[in-house]
Design a protein around this ligand. Structure first.
Ligand code: NDP
Ligand code: HSE
Length: 447
C-alpha cells in the first residue's frame, strides 16, 4: 500500500506573485523578538525571496504591558493568541511560545484552517508529531520546524530533503547548547554547575524551565525528531531513552580529563540489525566520554555538532550555533521564506513520511562501552572478584586502573562493547558486593 504522505495532500493554489503574506507571530521572547527584528530590518530582501511582502499583522505575548517590546507598534500586540490565529488576514503562523498544550491548540487551529505553521518548538513536535502531521496533510498546509533541532544548523532540511535519497544508519551529536555550555564551563574554567546554568539562562540558551535541558528532555525531543525523519519511522519523545547531566560532578569531569576524555551530552539515533536479520531503530540521550582527539570534544560553549552516517553519502559533520535568539531566528526565517513562497506561488514542501514504520528497539538492546569508577576494599582478591562479575556475563575488560587510597582503593574499569541490559545487570551485581564500597559513576563511552 502506498503510504506516502506527499501523495495524499491537497494541491493548493497560491495567492499570486506580489501578494502580501500575513504573519501571526506567537511569542516575543528570546527567539520571537529576533524573528521580528530581522523581518523588519530585511523586509525588501524577504519580499524578493518570497515573491511578495511578508507582513507581521499581530504579535501574541502572555501579558501585553509587562515588558518593553522594542520596535513593535502597540496595536500589533495582543494577549489573545487564539484570536490572532483565526483572523482572516493571517496566512502563516510562527509559533515561538514554547510548552506543549497551549501551542498545540494554536498550531492545530492554524493547520486545520489551512494556514501554514513554522515552529521552533521541539517539545511540541516530538510529543504530538502524528496529529500535527495529520492536520497539515488534511488541509495541505505546510508544517516547518527547522529551528526545533540545533537552531541554526540545517539538520531538519538535511534529513527531510538532502538525504531523502539515501539510507541513514546513524546520527550522533551534541544537540543541546545549555548542557554543552555547562559541561564546557565546568571543564575549561572549573565553574560550578549552578553558576554555569545561570549564565546559560542569562544568555538565552536555556528553556523556560531549564530542567528540560539538564535532564536531557530537550535533547530527547530533538533525537525523536531526527530519528523520525532519518528512519521514516515515527519516534516519539517517550520512545527515547533519556539521562541528563544533573548527576555529573566536578570529580567526574576531572577524572575524565585525566583519562583523556571530555564529558558531553550526546543524542544518538541508530538503525540496529537484530540477530534474526530484521531492522529496528533506537534513539537515546545520555552523557558520554568523548576522546579529546575527537572533533566532538572541542565543541565549546553553546555550539552543537552532529555526525551523520549514511549508506551512500558516508560520513557528514555539521557544526554551528545551537541555541540563542539570533541563530534560532535564522532557522525560523528560513522556514518562513519557504512557507511564504508556497503561500504566494502555490504548492507545498515535502511532508512527513513514516512509511518504513520500523520497530523501536529497547535501550537494553543497544551495545555500549562503560567507564565505571568504583571504591573497593584494598585487599587481596578484590580485583579477581570484580573481574569475575564481568567474565561470568561474557563482557571483556579493555582497561583496569587502580589507585591506592588510605584504606580503600579506587578502581576504574573500561569495558569492551556489550548490550546495555547486560552491563546494567553487572552494575547491580557490583553494587551488591561487600568489597565494592561505592560505584561513584558509570559513564558510557561514545566510540
Ligand atoms: P521565551 O520564554 O524567551 O519567550 C516566550 C514568549 O512566549 C514570550 O514572549 C511570552 O510572552 C510568550 N508567551 C508565553 N505564554 C504565552 C501565551 N499564553 N500567549 C501568548 N504568548 C505567550 O522563549 P524562547 O524564545 O527562548 O523560546 C521559544 C520557543 O523556541 C520554545 O519552544 C523553545 O524551545 C524554542 N527554541 C528556543 C531556542 C533558544 O535558544 N532560546 C532555540 C531553539 C528553539 P511574554 O513576553 O509576555 O513573557
Ligand atoms: N534550550 C535549547 C538548548 C535551545 O540549550 O539547546 C535550543 O534548542
Amino acid at each position: 500500500m502506498l503510504t506516502s504522505s506527499v501523495a495524499q495532500a491537497p494541491i493548493r493554489a497560491g495567492k499570486g506573485e506580489g501578494e502580501t503574506v500575513g504573519i501571526a507571530l506567537l511569542g516575543f521572547g528570546t527567539v520571537g523578538s529576533e524573528v521580528f527584528r530581522l523581518l523588519q530590518e530585511n523586509a525588501d530582501a524577504f519580499t524578493h525571496r518570497i515573491g511578495g511582502p511578508a507582513e507581521v499583522r499581530g504579535v501574541a505575548v502572555s501579558h501585553v504591558g509587562n515588558k518593553p517590546r522594542p520596535g513593535v507598534p502597540k496595536d500589533l500586540l495582543t494577549d489573545d493568541a487564539a484570536g490572532l490565529v483565526t483572523r482572516d488576514d493571517i496566512d502563516l503562523v510562527v509559533e515561538v511560545i514554547g510548552g506543549i498544550d497551549f501551542p498545540r491548540e494554536l498550531v492545530l487551529t492554524a493547520l486545520n484552517a489551512g494556514k501554514s505553521v513554522v515552529t521552533a518548538n521541539k517539545a511540541l513536535v516530538a510529543a504530538r508529531a502524528d496529529e500535527l502531521a495529520a492536520a497539515a496533510e488534511a488541509t495541505g498546509a505546510d508544517l516547518y520546524f527547522e529551528a526545533a533541532v540545533a537552531a541554526a544548523i540545517p539538520v531538519v532540511g538535511m534529513l527531510r530533503r538532502s538525504l531523502a535519497g539515501d539510507q541513514v544508519e546513524r546520527i550522533s551529536g551534541i544537540v543541546n547548547g545549555t548542557t554543552n555550555f555547562i559541561l564546557d564551563a565546568m571543564e575549561a574554567t572549573g565553574a560550578s554547575y549552578d553558576d554555569a546554568l545561570a549564565e546559560a539562562t542569562r544568555l538565552g540558551y536555556a528553556e523556560a524551565d531549564p530542567t528540560a535541558d539538564v535532564e536531557g528532555h530537550d535533547a530527547a525531543s530533538k533525537a525523536a525528531i531526527m530519528a523520525s525523519l532519518a528512519f521514516h519511522t515515527r519516534v516519539n519523545f517517550d520512545d527515547v531513552y533519556c539521562q541528563g547531566i544533573s548527576d555529573i560532578t566536578a570529580g567526574d569531569i576531572q577524572a575524565a580529563n585525566e583519562a583523556g576524555f571530555s564529558i558531553k551530552l550526546l543524542a544518538i539515533c541508530e538503525r540496529l540489525r537484530r540477530d534474526d536479520g530484521t531492522e529496528a531503530v533506537n534513539a537515546r540521550v545520555h552523557p558520554a566520554l568523548v576522546r579529546k582527539e575527537h572533533p566532538m570534544a572541542s565543541v565549546s560553549e553553546s555550539y552543537n555538532a552532529i555526525f551523520v552516517e549514511s549508506e551512500a553519502a558516508g560520513e557528514l559533520m555539521f557544526y554551528g550555533n545551537g541555541a540563542g535568539g539570533n541563530p534560532t531566528a535564522s532557522a525560523v526565517l528560513g522556514d518562513v521564506v519557504g512557507a511564504a513562497r508556497n503561500i504566494v506561488h502555490g504548492g507545498r514542501a515535502p511532508g512527513e513520511n513514516t512509511y518504513a514504520n520500523l520497530p523501536i528497539a529497547s535501550f537494553g538492546e543497544v551495545r555500549t562501552k562503560f567507564h565505571i569508577d568504583m571504591e573497593v576494599s584494598d585487599k587481596l582478591g578484590v580485583l579477581k572478584e570484580v573481574a569475575g562479575v564481568f567474565a561470568r556475563r561474557d563482557v571483556s575488560l579493555r582497561t583496569v586502573r587502580q589507585e591506592d587510597g588510605e584504606e580503600t582503593a579506587r578502581l576504574i574499569v573500561v569495558t569492551h562493547s556489550a548490550r546495555e541490559e547486560v552491563l546494567e545487570a553487572i552494575i547491580d551485581e557490583l553494587r551488591a558486593l561487600d568489597s565494592v564500597h561505592a560505584v561513584h559513576s558509570v559513564i558510557r563511552l561514545s566510540e
